[in-house]
Each structure stands twice: as C-alpha cells, then as structure tokens.
Design a protein around this ligand. Structure first.
Ligand code: F6R
Length: 364
C-alpha cells in the first residue's frame, strides 16, 4: 500500500504532481478558471472588504502564503489567524467578510469551532478541504476540494501543495472578476498554473542531490530558515516539516527580522537555510546571507536556476525551475519536504508517525 516506498510520506511527496494536477485541471476549462460548485456570486466577491483565513499547523502556513498572493492579486486585505487564537479574541467580522477555512482532514476541532464562530458573526464562509463530507466541508457555505487523495503520513505534504494550488486558482479567479488582470496576464497565469505539476515533477527527479545535502546536515542541532515575502511564508512550512519528523530544533524568520534579535543565536556551524526565489528581494537576501556567514553560519541557499550568483555566498545550493513568482512557493517547498524526509530517515526517526503527534487533532 506504500506503493514500493519505505514510508507513506515518501509516497505522498512523490504523488504531488498528480495531486496538484487533479486539483487544478477540472477547474480550468478552455483556458478559463471555473469554480462551478461555488454559490458565491460575483456581486458578493466584489463586495468583500476583507478575507479572513483560519487554519491550524501546515494549513495555517498555506494561509500565510495565501495572504501575500491574495492581497497582490485580489487587492482585498487578508488577515490570517490560527484557529485556536481566533476563537478567543473578539474578531471583527460582518457579512462583508469572507472567511476562508483551510483543512486537510476537515475535522480539526479548533478550525471547526472557528468556522462556526465566524458563521455566527455573519461571515460568508468558504473552505478548502481534502476529505469529502467532513464536518468543515459540511458546515461551510462553499467548499473547494483538494483532490490530493488520502493522506496517511502525519506530516502533510500533498495536502499542503494542493491547498496552495487552490489558492492560486482563487487568486486568479478573484483578480479577474475584480478587473485586476489584463487578458494577457490572465492567460499567462492560467498557463503557468497548468505547468506547475510538471515543474514539481522535475524537482522530484533530482532528489539525489537533496539526499546528499541531508547526509551533510542530519546531525545539526538547530536550523534557521530565512526568507522574505513569499519565501518567508513558505519557510514556515519547511521549518515545521523538519522539526516535526526529525526532532531537530528549527525556526523560520523573516530575514529582515534577524538583526532584531535572532541573529544572536547564530554561531559557528549553525545551519541557515536561505530562501531567495523572489527576484526583487534577491540582493537583500544576499546581504542577510553575508550577515549570518560572518557569524559562522553554514548556508544552504535555495533559489531559481538563473540565480547562480547565490553560490558566491552560500556553501550549498538547491535550485528550483523558473516560473511566475507567485507559484514559486509550490516549487520551493518540495526540496524542503525531501530534505526533512531524508534527514529524519538518516536519524532513524519514525517518519510516518512522529512522536506526540496525531494526524487529525479532534480535541481542542
Ligand atoms: C503538519 C500537519 C499539521 C496539520 C494541522 C491541521 O505536517 O499536518 O500541522 O496541518 O494539524 O490539520 P488539518 O489540515 O487536517 O486541519
């Protein structure tokens, strides 16, 4: 049932091209995004004053990436909150707010309770869910399913990737409805989205290099992930993957925040994973890499193929293919999933069932 893989997590990582394709392709017809089961009207979408994203864990991390993407494309303010916080903080919600709930299982207790609270306050609700007929799906005004198939490994991989794919669909769909995209740009983004599965597959075909890097670092004690903008938001997930299955302490920071405190933790040999996929921020990231190197850090850089000048500063580099910047988190997360997987495997960890964790957290 593991399809020849040693762990479900490996199988599910490798299934991502198919999972993303299955999630995207039924929703693109003749070059147009079609969200046909959605009862949300164009009028309602035009009237939204705010989007509130609620989720837990990795699904929350999708929300963090989604904030950058939806604000850029839809030009609607987006707030992201962990469901267990939202419930207890007197959120400001009315019927002009779209509450977007993200959940693989559709049964996470805090997420479900937050959804119900949002509905009580009058919000319009839309959920992105993997399990058909789950409580969150049933309780939402609208659902967009991620067609990832069953996810068995406790650490999510393909659910994260398919949730992000739905975010791109929504962002392009909303941007078009709101008149924010030219015809050419619309066609460009839709075609980029259709290329996403193949680009993910390309990364997966180079997994040996990531395995080699894991062999260099599986003994480290601390890892810091740094990035800016979309890279920062995605690195939250890269960091969580590593810590939850390998038990190595790791954290993700907005690179510009380093010098406001965290850089005091960097010492000789500290591993810093520096994500620099966003062109406008590449030079800024290079400065941050120099800063941590000056304190003795070993730097693993991650960027797109054309940015070979990262090698002037980074000790090791992971390259991902070029594509439109908003979709790069979907590519960059893949080597980080594999890195976490190989590190955990070299440490002999129980990869599919990490200690203290459950697949679906149905208690508060
Ligand atoms: C981490 C992980 C968890 C879940 C979180 C929410 O790998 O899987 O952080 O993302 O428990 O679960 P769902 O998406 O089922 O609501």
């Amino acid at each position: 049932e593991k399809g020849g893989y040693q762990h479900f997590m490996a199988k599910e990582i490798m299934e991502q091209p198919k999972a993303v394709r299955d999630t995207i392709s039924p929703r693109i017809q003749d070059g147009k995004i079609v969200l046909d089961n959605i009862t949300l009207t164009a009028e309602q979408i035009k009237g939204f004053s705010k989007i509130f994203i609620l989720a837990c864990g990795s699904a929350y991390h999708v929300g963090m990436v989604a904030k950058y993407i939806l604000e850029k494309f839809a030009r609607i303010p987006v707030e992201v909150d962990v469901a267990s916080e939202f419930r207890y903080r007197h959120p400001i919600i009315d019927d002009k707010v779209l509450v977007l709930v993200i959940s693989q299982s559709g049964e996470t207790a805090d997420t479900l309770a937050a959804l119900r609270e949002a509905k009580k306050l009058g919000a319009r609700t839309l959920s992105i869910v993997n399990v058909v007929g789950s409580s969150i799906a049933n309780d939402s005004d609208d659902v967009i399913y991620t067609w990832a198939g069953p996810e068995i490994a406790v650490a999510t991989t393909k659910a994260y990737s398919t949730q992000l794919a739905v975010i791109y669909l929504l962002a392009i769909y909303f941007a078009d409805l709101l008149g924010n995209l030219s015809k050419e740009d619309y066609a460009y983004y839709v075609s980029q989205l259709q290329e996403l599965p193949d680009k993910i597959a390309e990364i997966l075909s180079n997994k040996e290099h990531i395995q080699f890097l894991a062999s260099q670092f599986f003994n480290v004690k601390d890892v810091f992930f740094i990035g800016r903008n979309l890279d920062y938001a995605m690195s939250l997930e890269g960091s969580l993957k590593l810590k939850e299955i390998s038990y190595i302490h790791s954290d993700a920071y907005a690179a510009g925040e380093l010098k406001h405190g965290t850089i005091s933790l960097v010492e000789d040999g500290t591993l810093v994973v520096a994500l620099a996929t966003q062109n406008k921020l590449f030079d800024k990231m290079m400065s941050n890499v120099k800063e941590v190197k000056a304190r003795g850090a070993v730097v693993l850089g991650l960027t797109t193929e054309k940015n070979t000048k990262i090698e002037q500063e980074a000790d090791h580099t992971l390259y991902i293919p070029e594509m439109c910047e908003m979709m790069l988190p979907s590519l960059a997360v893949v080597p980080l999933q594999l890195f976490a997987y190989y590190v955990a495997s070299m440490k002999g960890c129980d990869i599919d069932k990490p200690r203290n964790l459950a697949k679906s957290v149905t208690v508060e």
